[in-house]
Design a protein around this ligand. Structure first.
Ligand code: ADP
Ligand code: MG
Length: 626
């Protein structure tokens, strides 16, 4: 018998399969099963028009058999089979379709992960097997054929007996390395069952395996039951995917169970979204909004993405391209026949189709969130607690590139409503003369509520949005305005109120202000009389630009590149403390300097900024009693 060589290109891929890939070995089973399923598809299709086939839809099946002693794993199908020429053409060259592309990708990216993303085909079985026999008989032929290979040095083909039409792929599983069953596991029921569930659950034909159950022996006494092992044929896959069934036919419990099992969440999802699209790309999607953020969600280790299926076969576990970043907390499944397994090999070229799907899904998810906000406020607030941060960060990203899409989904705490409100609600309540959307940034609602700077607005019953999330501080810059109303900080700088409050009375106290400026020198950028303060003597503001919250944020993320906000000391000239300072300046300049220091440090403290020298500050306070 003549041994034939693989084509050069195939040889290199084989070599790669056998030697350099350690992760994703398990996908070989998916590949072998999907080939079996394709072969059945072909014969099944034929049976519709050709009575000679003599088989019905329910007769078709894929069978997995193991022989631990001889270390063989066999996947059999009763599909179309292969003729001698087909064997040669199909298995002699590494699958013609996309594998070349796959190789290029491997070479370029040096990223073995791509193997999980591409359909790598029949040859992937050499990752776990050192010898493969394919015994096959083509529909319409009497003669069977046996193809054999142990990988690198080629293959042989010879005629053989085969009783029925179809194909057996017999894989001789490699020996284990020391102290592990890395290969033997592929002969074990547990692993095979798991892999079928994971990758091939929704193959449309039954995947059967002889499994062992322990059963009570018939007639064994009740008080001393005896057990025996029995072997039964079991179908491992569920065949009809949940997402292929109309929503009206699926119960909430079924969705919950599916979500929890598949995505390993303890809690049922907060929302279920189903999509069935036909048109430029045909697909079905089943999406879930989790009811809690997983521990990983806000970390680097979180991997977003949806499971991608094509004709019952999982192509990718986490296809990130299907989800926009703003909604990357969504879990779920997308299935499209337009991305057949063959096509999936050139997945990168199918960007356009993925993009269309992703754009549609984005709209659907946004629609669902809008619905929740409208019809289930409590539920939405709960959702926002979990994932609002993501929405805010995405809304700000790229100078507010997604502002339009996301702005109405954001919630902020309102000083007057004492609850979370939307920007739309805020604007709808604005009195006519109010020109700005006021906001305050700070660590918590309580601190902002007590900030001296918010006194004036509160006195006038004007609503302030409290920005407590670090991301919030960047929002006014990214958005500029909402519904043509610009954002304005209630804490920093000018409030833009057009009335007498604007007169702040600095002129009458010019000398005293000069004295304060002299005393503080470069520590402050500006000293001015304030119109915001009512009961407090001083406050520190940052004016336009970087806020103190941003300064703190930058300090935390890049401590060696300090970014400093401006420091504007605002003074309430009507406050007794200022009056005391003014008279001290005339009577006892040394004491007046102390007053300035104290007021300055107080302003820092209220703004949540560190006092430069805490000991000196407390000494200073105590010195007033001496
Ligand atoms: P692909 O499935 O993408 O074409 P594979 O490497 O998985 O690439 O398979 C190569 C070819 O071998 C298939 O296209 C098919 O023609 C043939 N083949 C593989 N397995 C079977 C099978 N079980 N029955 C019939 N033909 C098969
Ligand atoms: Mg294949």
């Amino acid at each position: 018998m003549e041994k034939k060589e693989f084509k050069a290109e195939s040889k290199r891929l084989l070599d790669l399969m056998i030697n350099s890939i350690y992760t994703h070995r398990e996908i070989f089973l998916r590949e072998i099963i999907s080939n079996a399923s394709d072969a059945i598809d072909k014969l099944c299709y034929r049976s519709l028009t050709d009575d000679q086939v003599g088989m019905k839809r329910q007769d078709f099946a894929i069978t997995i058999t193991t022989d631990e002693e001889n270390r063989t794993l066999t996947v059999s199908d009763n599909g179309i089979g292969m003729s001698e020429k087909e064997l040669e053409d199909n298995l002699g060259v590494i699958a013609s379709s996309g594998t070349f592309q796959f190789r290029q990708e491997m070479d370029e990216s040096d990223n073995t992960d791509v193997i999980g993303q591409f359909g790598v085909g029949f040859y992937s079985a050499f990752m776990v097997a050192d010898h493969i026999s394919v015994v096959t008989r083509r529909y319409g032929e009497e003669q069977g054929w046996r193809w054999e290979s142990d990988g690198v040095d080629g293959y042989t083909i010879e005629p053989c007996e085969k009783e029925s039409v179809g194909t057996d792929i017999i894989m001789h599983i490699k020996p284990d390395g020391e102290e592990s069953n890395e290969f033997t596991q592929y002969l074990q029921e547990y692993t095979l069952r798991r892999l079928v569930k994971k990758y091939s659950d929704y193959i449309r034909f039954p995947i059967r395996m002889l499994v062992t159950h322990s059963r009570r022996k018939e007639g064994s006494p009740d008080d001393k039951p005896e057990f025996e092992d029995v072997q039964e044929m079991e179908t491992l896959n569920s065949m009809v995917p949940l997402w292929q069934r109309p929503k009206s036919e699926v119960t909430k419990e079924e969705y919950d169970k599916f979500y929890q099992e598949r995505f390993g969440d303890f809690a049922p999802p907060q929302s279920v979204i189903t999509v069935s699209a036909e048109g430029s790309v045909t697909y079905k999607a089943l999406l879930f909004i989790p009811s809690q953020a997983s521990g990983l969600y806000y970390t680097q280790d979180f991997e977003p993405g949806l499971q991608l299926y094509s004709s019952g076969v999982m192509i990718m576990d986490k296809c990130a391209d299907l989800l926009p970043e703003c909604f990357n907390f969504v879990r779920g499944v997308v299935e499209s026949p337009d991305l057949s397994l063959n096509i999936s090999r050139e997945l990168l070229q199918h960007d356009r189709q993925l993009k269309i799907i992703s754009n549609n899904l984005e709209k659907k998810i946004r629609g669902e969130l809008e619905r929740m906000l409208r019809d289930d406020r409590e539920g939405y607030e709960k959702f926002f607690k979990n994932f609002g941060r993501r929405l805010k960060v995405s809304a700000i990203d790229g100078y507010g590139a997604k502002k339009e899409q996301l702005q109405d989904l954001l919630l902020f705490y309102s000083s007057t409503e004492k609850k979370q409100v939307t920007l739309k609600e805020y604007v709808s309540r604005m009195p006519e003369e109010q020109k700005y959307i006021y906001y305050a940034t700070g660590a918590s609602v309580e601190t902002m509520d007590h900030m001296p700077q918010t006194e004036l607005l509160k006195e006038r019953n004007m609503e302030i949005l409290y920005f407590t999330d670090q991301a919030d501080g960047f929002l006014p810059d990214a958005f500029h305005s909402y519904a043509d109303k610009p954002f304005r900080s209630a804490i920093d700088g000018d409030l833009g109120l057009e009335d007498k409050e604007q007169e702040n009375g600095e002129e009458e106290h010019q000398e005293c202000f000069d004295f304060i400026r002299e005393t503080l020198g470069e520590r402050v950028n500006q000293v001015k009389a304030s119109n915001k303060l009512k009961t407090h003597p001083v406050c520190m503001t940052s004016g336009e630009g970087l806020t103190f919250e941003m300064e703190k944020y930058f300090h935390a993320v890049q401590p060696d590149m300090p970014m400093k906000a401006q420091r504007i000391l605002e003074i309430n000239v009507k406050h007794p403390a200022f009056t005391a300072l003014e008279s001290a300046r005339i009577m006892d300049e040394e004491k007046a300097e102390k007053y300035v220091e104290i007021l300055y440090n107080q302003a820092l403290l209220i703004a949540g900024l560190p006092v430069e020298d805490p000991t000196a500050y407390t000494d200073l306070l105590c010195s007033l009693w001496q």
